[in-house]
Design a protein around this ligand. Structure first.
Ligand code: DX5
Ligand code: ZN
Length: 231
């Protein structure tokens, strides 16, 4: 497997300079912009909405924007994010009363659809919708905040989902979110993830305003992933 994608989470970026921060991580080799939407209801924190997504597009961001909805309910806000330029829209199954409907709504809106699994959420939510998801996102922390530690049981869950995806024959990305750092990304990739969200691991450094710093940290991530490929 070599199609690894790095998705910096802008939750840890400097919001006062968001456009510049996103430009810098993309210029440094990041692939996807991970966009965390929190509603102070489904999760105990409040972040950004479609207007900010639209602002990034107007600023000139052309990379995929991966909208991670941590909101309840989910359906009302899906078309707004599609119009605002989202590429992927993922949501937590517990936050939707009609999972199949929400997934269809995302695709009908022209976006790639995904389901997000909290550390304690069972994979059985996938049983009847594997043909309707383009991405499966495993949370390796409980959602709501950046800077938490990776929960090790996620590795087993990743292996299970990797097997499910491979056996299904569907083209589904397997993303991991929470506590991904240079020192654990290889292990996470070896367990089957192909798309890696990293917030504090990329933005959370004292020199974070220096674009060159992003080059070096993203290069370190790539180096670790290259070693997985050569095993
Ligand atoms: C947490 C968010 C994550 C968060 C990850 O609820 O979904 O995307 O930004 O941050 P780190 O990489 O710092 O764990
Ligand atoms: Zn996220």
């Amino acid at each position: 497997m070599s199609d690894y994608r790095l998705a910096p989470s802008i939750l840890s970026a400097d919001f006062a300079r968001l456009g510049e921060e996103v430009d810098n991580v993309l210029a440094s080799g990041a692939d996807i912009v991970h966009f965390d939407v929190m509603d102070n209801h489904y999760v105990p924190n409040l972040t950004i909405g479609p207007l900010v997504c639209e602002a990034l597009r107007k600023h000139g961001v052309t990379a995929p924007i991966d909208v991670h909805l941590m909101v309840k309910p989910v359906d009302r806000i899906i078309p707004d994010f599609a119009k605002a330029g989202a590429s992927y829209i993922t949501f937590h199954p517990e936050a939707s009363d009609h999972i199949d409907r929400s997934l269809s709504l995302i695709r009908e809106s022209g976006c790639h659809a995904g389901l997000v699994f909290n550390p304690a959420t069972p994979l059985s939510y996938l049983d009847y919708v594997l043909d309707k998801v383009d991405m499966i996102l495993l949370m390796s922390v409980n959602p709501g905040f950046g800077g938490q530690s990776f929960i090790p049981s996620t590795l087993d869950k990743l292996r299970q989902v990797r097997q499910l995806i491979d056996e299904s024959g569907h083209d589904i990305r397997l993303e991991v979110d929470g506590g991904v750092k240079v020192d654990n990304i290889a292990e996470i990739a070896a367990a089957g993830a192909d798309t890696f969200v990293a917030g504090s691991g990329i933005f959370g450094h004292s020199e974070a305003s220096d674009a060159n710093h992003y080059n070096s940290i993203i290069e370190e991530f790539r180096q670790k992933l290259a070693e997985v490929n050569s095993i």
